[in-house]
Design a protein around this ligand. Structure first.
Ligand SMILES: N=CN[C@@H](CCC(=O)O)C(=O)O
Ligand SMILES: [Zn+2]
Length: 414
């Protein structure tokens, strides 16, 4: 019997979706359906397959809305599992200084970098932060992102960390993108503070206030030489866990400190950056089921060597990809990340798209099919004006996504 469908996308040159079931950690690629279609009801995918089959059960003319995707490729909406997208101020001059030879750590040690964004963020009103974040979410959506993780961490005191998490909460309510909130009071040591004393403040003041407000799902730490040591990071993540916040960690970015092993020990959902990760680190993450998140935009912006994606592939540990959008890595686009993953880290287009969708969903504990197009998954789609998914990284530097669907509703159209 014909049913009334909310949305039918039909006649796509390709529907490309990661294979595998919930929790599947396999390194397999994408399933490609030529001349494909997707039907969505009540926000959820109810059919995916060849257009002839899907439209027989779900005729587009009977649907509330239909999208003719002739000549286009349908992907799951991108999942961006690592951003610092809520802040105030501008650091474009640091971009130019870095091109002239200044290092990220030198700028931070002189009170710039994160600490400079902390000053402007403390001065900003909550409304200003909400407006900034909504603008960034709009740009992400236009490039196909339908789920994003956003960290606090430019407050470094109770009042401002709560202001940031409230801003994330309000922006999430007002925007179609699903926003996953992370508390990151341990993003830097405030100027003039003693690190151990600051760790105590994160644990005794910030974490209880954040948990009380119920505004964060994850707790993240910048485990790095000159920032938070492994024992300090361990204390913070354990305290967060006690309060119901799941650990994430910035690990092995500039120096190999042991953040990967810590992530494995504490059952973190993800370990991110990993530019200096060794085979031992990769094995520890794989064995513990921690999802590695690679951030090629950060290496690109820093002029640093990329993470060794081939070593993760060789160890059969699938990687997620993220923008790391922040004032030091200023791109909101997961399309760009897929391009950099291929052209910079030499990942295949299939592995990069899987990393930006299904594996990225694992990096934020989304196990409801987010990042895939299959029956029962959220109806989140990014439709690109290319006839083959491989054209997305091949045709780098341009935006290929034209239509974005969130929970079965068209929320962006170019
Ligand atoms: N490394 C720490 N945090 C960010 C940078 C934040 C900033 O520079 O403002 C990152 O993940 O790259
Ligand atoms: Zn980060």
């Amino acid at each position: 019997m014909e049913r009334m469908t909310d949305l039918v996308v039909s006649d796509a040159a390709q529907v490309a979706t990661p294979t595998g079931s919930d929790g599947d950690n396999s390194n397999s690629g994408l399933e490609i359906i030529e001349n494909g279609a997707v039907a969505i009801e009540d926000g959820v995918v109810v059919a995916v397959g060849p257009t002839a089959d899907v439209t027989r059960a779900h005729p587009p003319e009977n649907a509330t809305e239909s999208v003719d995707a002739t000549g286009q490729t349908v992907l799951p909406g991108f999942v961006d599992p690592h951003t610092h997208a809520v802040f105030a101020g501008d650091r474009v001059d640091e971009f130019t200084a870095k091109l002239a030879g200044a290092s990220y750590q030198d700028i931070l040690a002189e009170g710039g970098g994160i600490l400079r964004t902390v000053r402007s963020t403390r001065d900003a009103s909550r409304d200003e932060l909400v407006a900034n974040l909504l603008e960034n979410l709009d740009t992400m959506l236009a490039h196909g992102t339908t789920t994003v993780e956003v960290k606090s961490g430019y407050g470094l005191d109770v009042e401002t960390e709560l202001k940031l998490l409230e801003a994330i909460d309000e922006a999430a309510d007002r925007h179609p993108i699903d926003v996953v909130p992370t508390f990151m009071g341990a993003h830097a040591v405030p100027k003039g503070a003693d690190t151990e004393e600051y760790v105590d403040r994160v644990i005794e003041e910030q974490l209880p206030a954040v948990a009380d407000a119920g505004l964060a799902e994850f707790c993240d730490v910048f485990c790095e030489a000159g920032v938070f040591s492994v024992p300090q990071s361990r204390r913070i993540l354990a305290a967060g866990q006690e309060l119901g916040l799941t650990p994430k960690i910035h690990a092995e970015e500039f120096e190999r400190l042991g953040g990967s092993q810590l992530a494995a020990d504490c059952g973190a959902t993800s370990a991110d950056h990993l530019l200096q990760a060794t085979d031992e680190d990769i094995a520890a993450l794989g064995e513990a089921g921690v999802t590695p998140v690679l951030l090629p935009g950060t290496a690109f912006s820093l002029g640093a060597a990329y993470a060794d994606a081939a070593a993760f592939e060789a160890a059969d540990v699938p990687v997620a990809l993220a923008t790391d959008f922040n004032p030091n890595c200023f791109s909101q686009s997961m399309e760009s990340v897929v391009e950099l993953a291929c052209n910079g880290m030499r990942m295949t287009p299939a592995a990069a798209i899987r990393g930006a969708t299904a594996t990225a969903a694992r990096a934020v504990d989304r196990t409801d099919g987010t990042g895939t197009i299959r029956e029962g998954a959220p109806g989140d789609l990014a439709i690109a004006t290319v006839t083959n998914y491989q054209h997305i990284p091949y045709n780098f530097g341009v935006s290929n996504v034209r239509t974005v669907i969130k929970n079965g509703t068209v929320v962006h159209r170019d």
